[in-house]
Design a protein around this ligand. Structure first.
Ligand SMILES: [Cu+2]
Length: 206
């Protein structure tokens, strides 16, 4: 049987798109609802407890936001572009977003007045971990991480300023854009339940 209806059915929710399965499928299977891949990527960059109610918006190179899905909490999740170094999938709270927009606008210093949070749980590619305005150096691959946006002094805090694939470092150390770069996800590990016994899992290996 030929598919007889067209893609004029409005999506019940903005993140779902009607996608054609095939011309000659049985009528019931001509189309299916799939999540817009950009929305899906953006949502996967943060923990579900915030992304489920977050606004999803695309961001252009000037930092202008185009809402793909309205949200009900203060978080904005942005799909990145894996072909563009520095354009990572992210979820930011209002102060985190303000910092990111200031950075993109190359302001001499960020204007966030309180600490911000940004999740990049899909990982990132960026040009530098020391110079926030570097747009030419070769890409550095960076794993899943999240960021506490506040200009910590690495030495005073006893933290590393070198890029690493686990643990925590101060990124852009010594610049107004310094922040805590925390590798992994806050949701790593196993949750304690009362009564759980301890299992010592630490190992050394060379
Ligand atoms: Cu990051």
């Amino acid at each position: 049987m030929r598919c007889s209806f067209r893609e004029t059915i409005l999506s019940p929710v903005p993140e779902l798109r009607l996608t054609r399965l095939g011309e000659n499928a049985s009528a019931a299977l001509c189309y299916t609802w799939v999540m817009d891949p950009k929305v899906r990527r953006a949502l996967l960059s943060g923990p579900e407890c915030i992304t489920k109610d977050a606004t999803v918006a695309e961001m252009d190179a000037q930092g202008k936001l185009n809402v793909l899905r309205p949200g009900t909490n203060q978080w904005v999740c942005v799909p990145g572009n894996e072909k563009v170094v520095g354009a990572a999938d992210m979820c930011a709270d209002p102060m985190g977003m303000r910092w990111m927009l200031d950075l993109m606008a190359r302001k001499p210093k960020p204007s966030n007045t309180e600490p911000g949070l940004i999740y990049m749980l899909n990982g990132a590619l960026q040009h530098s971990y020391t110079d926030p305005f570097d747009t030419t150096s070769p890409a550095i691959p960076i794993g899943p991480h999240w960021m506490l946006i506040w200009p910590f002094d690495a030495q005073a805090a006893g933290l590393s300023t070198a890029m690493r694939d686990a643990g925590t470092m101060v990124m852009f150390a010594g610049t107004p854009y310094a922040h805590l770069h925390i590798c992994g996800s806050p949701w790593d590990g196993n949750e304690y339940q009362p009564g759980d016994r301890a299992v010592w899992t630490m190992r050394y290996a060379r």
